[in-house]
Write a protein that binds this ligand. Structure first.
Ligand SMILES: Nc1nc2c(ncn2[C@@H]2O[C@H](COP(=O)(O)OP(=O)(O)OP(=O)(O)O)[C@@H](O)[C@H]2O)c(=O)[nH]1
Ligand SMILES: [Mg+2]
Length: 223
């Protein structure tokens, strides 16, 4: 069983005043686009697009991690899902994405946690399925596009060991998102493996208004 965990506790500073998690992307809040892809829900709940998310859910439960002050807007932005959606709030804000992943792993009802940042609206469900397979005999499966860049915010973790590793890193004052990995038995999913299951678009993330506009144009193309 797998929990799909959307990490949304950031301040969206490059985006401006608004919270990018709930910003409309081609008419649908970005976080909902991410959730739709995990939940396999498409036209029925999301008129106007996202054919790419049509299909079976790749997760058994959904979880959203955010700050307490974001919660109401995010709940309003999320769709209705046949899966349970849990909300896990940061106990202390602004500790960074790794602290968000820690909360997600602590709050997940399943042993495996497929983490996706709220600003990755093109996340490919088949990649998440593949990462879950690769994590079968490990504590994490993390994509690596080139020699140094680990895609830690679109990766699969085993809930308890990852939460413990995050706690240890944070306890020694290290907030780097990569840090807990070195404490785990992790599998690197390299470029060739990635190429066989998905395209780099799955990792495209939205940081600015311009990137949101560009993503919206692409969304209309794939819908
Ligand atoms: N829980 C939690 N999540 C965070 C935090 N900072 C970033 N994130 C999430 O991590 C993911 C990647 O972070 P960024 O792309 O830097 O997003 P951001 O920090 O909101 O945006 P910027 O302020 O422009 O850097 C996004 O899904 C964010 O919501 C944090 O302090 N706590
Ligand atoms: Mg940031």
């Amino acid at each position: 069983m797998v929990t799909g965990a959307i990490i949304a506790g950031g301040r969206s500073t490059r985006f401006g005043e608004a919270d990018k998690a709930v910003a409309p992307l081609a008419g649908t809040p970005m976080i909902r686009r991410v959730a739709n892809r995990l939940a396999g829900t498409a036209a029925s709940v999301d008129p106007g697009g996202d054919a790419a998310s049509d299909g079976d859910p790749v997760v058994d439960n959904l979880l959203v991690n955010c700050r307490a002050d974001q919660r109401a807007a995010i709940e309003a932005a999320m769709g209705r899902y046949p899966l349970e959606v849990r909300y896990v709030e940061d106990d202390e804000p602004d500790l960074g994405p790794m602290a968000g992943i820690r909360h997600a792993c602590r709050g997940a009802p399943d042993d495996l946690v497929a983490v996706v940042a709220c600003d990755m609206p093109f996340v490919d469900p088949s990649l998440l399925e593949y990462l879950c397979e690769r994590a079968a005999d490990a504590e994490a499966a993390v994509p690596q596009l080139n020699d140094e860049w680990f895609q830690t915010t679109q990766a699969v973790y085993r809930a308890e060991p990852m939460a413990d590793a995050c706690d240890r890193a944070l306890a020694r004052g290290d907030r780097r998102i990569i840090e807990p990995l070195f404490d785990l038995e992790y599998v690197v999913v390299d470029h060739d493996a990635l190429e066989s299951v998905t395209s780099e678009r799955t990792f495209e993330n939205v940081n600015t208004r311009e990137e949101l506009d560009r993503a919206a144009r692409r969304y209309r193309d794939v819908a």
